[in-house]
Design a protein around this ligand. Structure first.
Ligand SMILES: C[S@@+](CC[C@H](N)C(=O)[O-])C[C@H]1O[C@@H](n2cnc3c(N)ncnc32)[C@H](O)[C@@H]1O
Length: 196
């Protein structure tokens, strides 16, 4: 069994590079592999606390872009003015609440994760419900040609989710970034080129 190491290589790297969490390297790897983010884009980040993905996106889209983060937990990390934050539950949020910042978005990210119980079927079911909600918001807010990245815990809803994404996007791929802990069942689904 792999030993749990809270302060591993990614933890120290994040600290050195000024990121609030090691999970930034999951997004960084996906971005490096599929070229998800570009300067000037409008990005929606669902489940953004403590804010490492917001920090990363802010650097990539630069100040002519926009990053909007949503989480039930308040963000305390300092962020530049082109990053906005809404403290809300994604199930209580309507597309109109987000359109207050931008009518549409080029990329929707979801690192939403349930509080885990350790019971694999319960956790994967909860994570697929969160991903489904992220996708519902993306459906209303993404521009045609836009991209979606969502985390899911592998389990019963997985194949169905891949099928659904394939019906709505040109390309769908599963990526397990190196920064994902060995014990974790999480996988990122990247769906590119939203169909009109
Ligand atoms: C893994 S963390 C995100 C880490 C973030 N990407 C980063 O790198 O800093 C998952 C987040 O999802 C949030 N979350 C879970 N359910 C939510 C919900 N229903 N509405 C909003 N946020 C939720 C949690 O509060 C938690 O902060």
């Amino acid at each position: 069994m792999t030993k749990w190491q809270p302060q591993d290589h990614y933890f120290h790297r994040a600290k050195k590079e000024g990121f609030i969490a090691r999970s930034v390297y999951k997004l960084e790897e996906v971005d490096r592999r599929v070229r998800l983010l570009k300067p000037g884009q409008r990005v929606l980040d669902l489940g953004c606390h403590p804010g490492s993905w917001l920090q990363y996106c802010a650097r990539v889209v630069v100040k002519r872009g926009l990053v909007v983060g949503v989480d039930t937990r308040k963000i305390s990390v300092e962020l530049p003015p082109h990053v906005k934050f809404i403290q809300a539950d994604v199930f209580e949020l309507s597309p109109a609440d987000l359109q207050h910042f931008s009518k549409e978005f080029d990329v929707v990210l979801s690192d939403l994760a349930p509080a885990t119980t350790g019971i694999r079927s319960v956790d994967s079911n909860r994570s697929s419900i969160l991903l489904r909600q992220a996708l519902a918001l993306a459906e209303d807010l993404l521009v045609p040609g836009g991209h979606f990245l969502g985390k899911i815990f592998q389990g019963s809803g997985f194949d169905e989710m891949v099928k659904e994404l394939k019906s709505r996007f040109g390309k769908v791929k599963g990526i397990k970034p190196r920064a994902t802990r060995k014990q974790s069942k999480e996988i990122f689904l990247v769906a590119m080129d939203k169909k009109a």
